[in-house]
Design a protein around this ligand. Sequence first.
Ligand SMILES: [Zn+2]
Ligand SMILES: [Zn+2]
Length: 339
Amino acid sequence: MLQETTAGLFCSAGGFHVDPWAPVDRAVITHAHGDHARPGSQAYLCTPQTAVLLKRRFGPDIVVETLPCGEAVTLGDVRVSLHPAGHVLGSAQVRIEGHDGVWVVAGDYKRAADPTCTPFEPVRCDTFITESTFGLPIYRWDETAAIVADVMSWWNANRDAGKTSVIFCYTIGKAQRLIAEIGRVADRPLYVHGMLLGMIEAYREAGVALPEVKPVIDPPSLKLRRAGRDGRALAGELVLAPLSARGTPWMRRMGVHSDAFASGLMRVRGVRRQRAYDKGFVISDHADWPALLTTIAETGAPRVLATHGHAEALARHLASFGLDSGVIRTAWEGEPSGD
Ligand SMILES: [Zn+2]
Ligand SMILES: [Zn+2]
């Protein structure tokens, strides 16, 4: 049903690629992260929510056909439908039904609750293509409420010490999830780096209710410019910023601060130390090891192909209990863009 090509997975019976990394005629997109949605394709097919995010990323003139979750279209000789993946707003698994049975390309997914997107729905299939970003037994996530409590106590301690709290996070998904989760328990609005505003707006445009945030104004207001000198305007506040802001002159506006990274990667102490964050919050938009295994079992698929991250380790594990398993290579062997 799907073949690996130089542009990524291709369905010849349907005449489309799934999450191609090069421009193609027709791209079916699981979600809006940069390692799944690339610019330049003639036409895109995705959920209406992902379409909102893609237009933000690629401009309003791209050709996008939307397909709400649960509805099916016929493309060539196959039936295609999208099903919630619970990863970020609009994220969907692609179900393809044709002469070769039913294939599901999950894209990135998670099983933890997320107030900013629709929960994952398992889909029965014959071949399941799973992500394996965190496909090692060391990756296990805590309950979100416990992580949020940890954020709050860190923030309070920093506030008592007169410091600004800065959390670095990914722009699509993690930022909005943190704003929603922290907003439930915080008694004051969060501040955000200007680069986060576009996607926060896009989430709101797609119907996600998010609490008020305050931009750290760019160019700096008089108040903040003075803060660059005395570092006090944001003292005690919590600021979310994209990773790209780290080490830039913008950071001077934070004054005396403590910094943190919110990512599944923070599960590995060596990574945290190497990148020299004061604090790591292990919160991920990907499935952890137990969730990967549960999900694979729930699909009932006798054949599972792993991709992204620790694909070989996961495929080996699946083979050890008798599943027909394999690996799909990707052009993106670096860090996940939205973990
Ligand atoms: Zn990904
Ligand atoms: Zn992703």
